[in-house]
Design a protein around this ligand. Sequence first.
Ligand code: HEC
Ligand code: HEC
Length: 278
Amino acid sequence: MTRTRMLLSAACAALLATGAQADENANMVIDGTEMKIRADAPAHMENVDEIMSGWVFRSVETQALQLDDFDNPAFVFVDQAIDLWDKVDGSEGKACSSCHEDVEDFAGLRTKLPRVDDGQLVSMENLVNECRTERMGAEPWKWSGGQMTAMTALIGLQSRGMPVDVAIDGDAAPFWEKGKELYYTRVGQLDMSCSNCHEDNYGVMIRADHLSQGQINGFPTYRLKNAKLNSTHGRFKGCMKNIRAEPFKEGGDEFKALELYLASRGSGLAVETPSVRN
Ligand code: HEC
Ligand code: HEC
């Protein structure tokens, strides 16, 4: 363990000790799943010993909001998605519920995405839009628009508490390699890579905010800052803009590859959708 890493671990320990809430919940076990922290990080994360959900790095107040479904503001949008589920749209006169009996049938899906279908890397947004355009004759939803993030929150919620478990071998391997490369490539006017913040410096303060490991197990996430659900790719875009880089396109190949790679870095963390962040 390097000296910086030791200092950072100390910072995380201090962070965990900031409130009783954090102490109690940090290692909460649900159905045998270590909810917030996994002690044995995947082998490809060279400089990380423990993987931690972004929840661990939030204030006690924000943590509490996520833990209570009645207080969690994301559930307003989950309710909207429940209405959308039954709403007829498109030339075929169908709603999601015309074909999918129960949204609960999607339990486990979130843990496996993105995945390769017929040689293409697909995210949940692709699957939803494929149904809309190919099966309903409806317009696709915008990748990070309100309807899409509401629906991916509702579908993701069905996997809450289940461990993230994306495939990274076989057909997925080249996409994963691409995502890994993007993660470690310095970009933008500030010449930084994702790893410079989320691997080398998690636990430290940056502009009055605690840097997390940049995990995606809680997405889409409700942000107090913009009072809406935020997609995974929307968050990547924000981080790229912050380092003054030209962001990749939401739903594009680069962000999907990055999504797969990040999911694998959080392998074993429980799905926390819909999470709450500042
Ligand atoms: C200059 C530092 C910096 C860089 C570089 C950076 N980020 Fe971030 N990122 C942040 C900050 C600050 C936050 C908000 C606090 C947190 O969760 O770390 C954040 C949050 C995130 C989150 C949300 C985590 C959660 O639990 O809600 C993800 C995902 C993420 N970043 C991914 C990335 C990716 C992918 C890259 C590279 C394209 C990247 N970041 C580059 C600073 C950075
Ligand atoms: C005309 C029937 C039909 C409609 C309407 C429909 N779907 Fe589908 N959907 C399917 C079929 C068929 C599949 C592929 C087989 C499967 O996995 O169930 C599928 C697959 C999916 C998947 C991927 C499931 C998996 O395990 O890979 C998701 C997510 C999904 N649909 C969401 C939706 C949503 C959300 C709506 C409404 C916006 C919707 N679907 C509307 C028929 C439909």
